[in-house]
Write a protein that binds this ligand. Structure first.
Ligand code: SF4
Ligand code: SF4
Length: 371
């Protein structure tokens, strides 16, 4: 099986409604994907306001023989409420996807805090039973927590065949996503690995100029997305790398380089980690805490303190996500102006010796800590 999977979660839509999937376009994307020799599709109950599974049914299962593709779906753990039966969801999913069985079936988004709920609903036993019936050929879970929690789950549930992990080169050593640590934990337990978000939700498809120049110097023809996907797919034990494709061009690009996949060489991997350092540095705000900007601010915003917190939060929890520690920001903003209270008068920017676009940067602070 070729190692690129088609994630059905960022499909083209008509208008603004996420549930109004443009099936005509999706059919063309599916056709090109299959024509190029790829077979793996990944859907879930929640994707596209519960319409992704229907699109899988209409654009894939209804148009291709069952042997032409592998389909993965997931039990919506978050939705389960007292009295709910996992069986009812599973039956509905088969119906929506127009299939008799799933090739891969997962507990969706398992983490330590939800483990008790998964056990309460007997989801691991449920998965095992579905596998025995031939309705779920491979069983596993997608995972969002620490390596330690993963180790506990895999120790207690050796019956799973695979785990689906967030792995990308930028989060390889991140304190929150822990790509390297969770990868090594899954390997220690001998599990197959499916990778989600190898391009970090698109963040790694467009890089700061310095990082892009560095990667181009190593390989002029490789795109940033290709670097990211090839890194992920080259890791030992990885059986599939998912990409949530939105356009025919993306299907074309990704299938072009994954058709004759070869992993990154050692020197290419080294180069990629150098690029990761540049990306991390670039995302940090270069405030020197001189405080020239603070006295004149009519909104009493503690600008340098917010920037320092932002930088340290990036270091701890990674780029491109909301803070997992909003309490620090709440404490810092107590009795002072929040980042979102900036009235954009521009006084601070006129005085900042570093020439920082403070108004724009405060918006980043606000979306990281306030939303
Ligand atoms: S632009 Fe915003 S942060 Fe800068 S001085 Fe004006 S209110 Fe304060
Ligand atoms: S003036 Fe610029 S460098 Fe100085 S504290 Fe304010 S934002 Fe930071």
């Amino acid at each position: 099986m070729r190692k690129l999977g088609f994630g059905l979660m960022r499909l083209p839509v008509i208008g603004e409604d996420k549930g109004n999937i443009d099936k005509e376009k999706v059919c063309r994307m599916v056709d090109l994907f299959i024509e190029r020799g790829f077979q793996y599709f990944d859907t879930a109950w929640f994707y596209h306001e519960k319409c992704s599974e229907l699109a899988a049914g209409e654009c894939l299962s209804a148009r291709y023989p069952r042997s032409a593709f592998y389909l993965a779906d997931k039990m919506p753990l978050d939705l389960l409420e007292s009295g709910d039966k996992p069986e009812d969801y599973f039956a509905k999913q088969l119906e929506k996807c127009r299939v008799e069985y799933f090739d891969y079936y997962l507990i969706h988004a398992l983490k330590g805090a939800k483990l008790e709920k998964a056990e309460e609903f007997g989801l691991f036993e449920f998965l095992k039973a579905k596998k025995a019936e031939g309705k779920a050929r491979n069983i596993g879970f997608s995972f969002h927590d620490s390596a330690e929690v993963l180790d506990d789950i895999l120790t207690n549930h050796p019956e799973v065949d695979f785990v689906q992990l967030q792995i990308n080169y930028l989060d390889w050593d991140s304190g929150s996503v822990q790509s390297e640590k969770v990868y090594k934990t899954a390997r220690k337990h001998g599990k197959d690995i499916i990778i989600m978000e190898p391009v970090k939700g698109g963040t790694l498809a467009s890089l700061p100029e310095k990082a892009e120049v560095l990667l181009k110097s190593a390989s002029p023809s490789m795109t940033p997305a290709e670097w990211a996907i090839r890194f992920a797919a080259g890791l030992e034990g990885v059986i599939m790398v998912l990409s949530g494709m939105s356009t025919l061009e993306q299907v074309d690009e990704n299938t072009s380089f994954m058709r004759d996949f070869h992993p990154l060489s050692d020197s290419e991997t080294e180069m990629l980690f150098k690029a990761a350092e540049i990306i991390k540095d670039d995302a940090r705000i270069g405030c020197t805490a001189c405080r020239y900007c603070t006295d004149g601010c009519p909104a009493s915003i503690p600008i340098p303190e917010y920037f320092a917190l932002y930088n340290s939060d990036l270091g701890k929890y990674g780029i491109g996500r909301r803070s997992m520690d909003p309490a620090s920001y709440a404490a810092l903003s107590e009795g002072r102006g929040k980042a979102s209270s900036c009235i954009e008068c521009g006084q601070c920017e006129a005085i900042c010796p570093q020439g920082l676009p403070i108004r724009e940067l405060l918006k980043k602070v606000s979306s990281r800590f306030e939303e």
